[in-house]
Design a protein. Sequence first.
Length: 224
Amino acid sequence: MREVTGRDRFELHGAGRTDAGVHALAQVAHLDLATTLPPATLASRLNDALPADINILEIRPAGHRFHARRDAVARSYLYQVSTRRTAFGKPFVWWVRDPLDVDRMRDAARAFIGRHDFRAFTDADAAEVSTMVQVEEVAVAPHAHLVLLRVVGSHFLWKMVRRMTGVLVEVGRGRLDPEGAAALLGRESPLPARLTAPASGLFLERVFYPGDPREHPLRPALNI
């Protein structure tokens, strides 16, 4: 930003943070900036200066009270489980060798919907951070050689989605009953931590603001 605008002081606020190694399809951020450059020109020049693994999709003006994190009403995460070995897609999936029963995974996923205590699904200190989270949707669907999982919620705890994914995959493998997944809510348990899915398959899919449509197809982040 300094290189493009010549301004030295600014604060960039993102809609949220992700675990190390997690990808983002549509992260949202805001900053206060005075510039004569049109938004499209500013985006183009910033992309020229950014590393290859970061790409600005769009810049648009916002009201002076807008805050990327505080104004967000929900966030959507996508996880990609690969059911076959892939060379080029390895950085963007979790390859699970065992057959997965998607119907069992769906049965288990229903227990996560609603407002629950996810203390077993995070390393955050429950005494310092509330572990209550409102989950609006947990979808599981096969797509060619992938099993896609989408989780939509008000916010998410550190490692929460990766541990939810790991638990659902364990159910799909037949090593954990759907009822066993539900029993992990509201209490301490070391099991979700042991089942934490790799960061490689997780994507911050969307950030929702008041008035945004919620319906969007469940599809892979990349064609692998």
